[in-house]
Ligand binder design. Sequence first.
Ligand SMILES: Cc1cc2nc3c(=O)[nH]c(=O)nc-3n(C[C@H](O)[C@H](O)[C@H](O)COP(=O)(O)OP(=O)(O)OC[C@H]3O[C@@H](n4cnc5c(N)ncnc54)[C@H](O)[C@@H]3O)c2cc1C
Length: 425
Amino acid sequence: MPIAPNTSRRALVIGGGPAGLMAAEALAAAGVAVDVHDAMPSVGRKFLLAGKGGLNLTHSEAFEPFVARFGERAEAIAPLLKRLDGPALREWAQGLGVETFVGSSGRVFPVDMKAAPLLRAWLTRLRAAGVRFHQRSRWLGWGEDGALRFAGPEGEIQVQADAVVLALGGASWPQLGSNGAWVESLGARGVEIAPLRAANCGFDVGATAAHPDGPGWSAVFAERFAGLPVKPVALHIEGAGGRRFERQGEFVITASGIEGSLIYAASALLRDEIAEHGQVTLHLDLLPDRDAAFVAAEVARPRGPRSLSTHLKSRLGIEGLKAGLLHEMLGKAEYADPAVLAARLKRLPLTLVAARPVAEAISTAGGVRFEALDAGLMVKTMPGLFCAGEMLDWEAPTGGYLLTASMASGRVAGEGAAAWLAQQR
Ligand SMILES: Cc1cc2nc3c(=O)[nH]c(=O)nc-3n(C[C@H](O)[C@H](O)[C@H](O)COP(=O)(O)OP(=O)(O)OC[C@H]3O[C@@H](n4cnc5c(N)ncnc54)[C@H](O)[C@@H]3O)c2cc1C
């Protein structure tokens, strides 16, 4: 249903990330006067960072598997994605002059891979639609009379608005503006919030054979291999509650543990297991393309005067980082026993003891619970207050799902706010 122009009403969007900008776009399209406040000197900083390694805007898979990526929150996210799913987001980008393509993994990127041209075109269009931006304006919460308090370059100001969309992000990469401080302000008003936790994050390893006093890699291993990828490799995890993860891919060694796409994909399970049991042991298959019998036969093959490492390199291609991992994780006796060594090549246990802090994570799990919100993402107990983006209680793996859900929820919150304002007239 088209909404009548409503310019006598003012909406505030707080947070100029992709969710907030999408909310502003929806409000402006409904004829509402919109002011966007953001704590940082410029908006969309995390969006721009996301573009650094190639902006993965969305994913090309069908709606059902796409929604399933949101796990326990799939049911809550589905109606949001119906307002802006992968194909709709690609069309939206095209409307800004940004063509997209589907990469080999099914992920969708702008043709030039960058976020900056898209953000530039978007801001130009929003300004043309009358959206006003207030940068370096950090929301502090509410004053006694219900006015919104902002800290800006000229000190504190108070602002009244008819409707407010909060799109304040999670708590990862706080240097880009989202620091999770909103949890206190909203929590104090009785809004239900699931604790913020790291999602799509790295992990610290426990003690290793080469560093038995752990946690963490031996200094020699960390120095030599931190920053390098382990690939191809398969990851097997059996969670205590029957949750399993099994996938082939690659990950990266860090100074104190592991991170990267394969680890991010498993990170919710790993994080939850560590939270419950203090640690989790995963198993690595260093030769995912070889079966166990082949590996055992190759390891056991007579090697004459050749060293075991030369033998592993020539028979199985195990060298460099993978060879280093074996030395790091296996005791001398295990390494020297062909049957044990062959078994470990296919199933190398690695214990993780901590998720890296949320500030280092790609995204944040937890946030404002969907139960606290109505279908238009309005806080049920605070009429006129809407929430969107990563500050809502959902999580998803990397693959374009994070941006898509952030922007879809921004659109729903913006439309919800516009409809609510129209009702109030
Ligand atoms: C390194 C990295 C790479 C990523 N790559 C991808 C990718 O390729 N694809 C993908 O789908 N996702 C990616 N993501 C995740 C994606 O960027 C986020 O999920 C998305 O930006 C969340 O959007 P948002 O608008 O909810 O929050 P944010 O983008 O965090 O925006 C929130 C805004 O609110 C402002 N703000 C916060 N608190 C206040 C306050 N108190 N007052 C005023 N303003 C405030 C912040 O300054 C910020 O501008 C990546 C994330 C990281 C860290």
